[in-house]
Design a protein. Sequence first.
Lengths: 112, 115
Amino acid sequence: DAGITQSPRYKITETGRQVTLMCHQTWSHSYMFWYRQDLGHGLRLIYYSAAADITDKGEVPDGYVVSRSKTENFPLTLESATRSQTSVYFCASTRRGNQPQHFGDGTRLSIL
Amino acid sequence: AQTVTQSQPEMSVQEAETVTLSCTYDTSENNYYLFWYKQPPSRQMILVIRQEAYKQQNATENRFSVNFQKAAKSFSLKISDSQLGDTAMYFCASSSGGGADGLTFGKGTHLIIQP
């Protein structure tokens, strides 16, 4: 089924480990985004991308790395996970910047 | 930097009542868009309504409407004839860079519809 999918839906890992969250969309949307959702903060932008091979930092980029070698994929990597990165992560995409963003179902990441 | 403020952490109303959720924002941009998203317990982020800042007419979508006051930088959401399925977190958001630079979200309002 077409849309935007995130994997895994749940992940538990330990501090210091590397973990990659996947995001895949089938609409060929140009713009993709990563947000984290924490209690009391709403959603905050981590990184975004306007096209393949173009990425920019958002509000809270420290400790995260992204890549976008293909239009449809936008993985988010935590190179050395910390407890403060325990959160729910949302990927989103949109065809044009002035259109609403479509969100994936989120990944709940717990770092022990 | 943009900021979005939702001053009501939680609200509770009876089914069939009308409820208004408040949102104020601050931006230095001329070209921006405002959104309300709904997040039910399933965790999905669902678009409720979208407002283009250059349009004076308030957006409406069935039972949902906004009161957009550009000079006051206010963007409230009105839900008419509220239903049990409206129970959710509601997030107000504004775009930057014409939307290309991502959204800035408020902290959300937890809306509870009582039977």
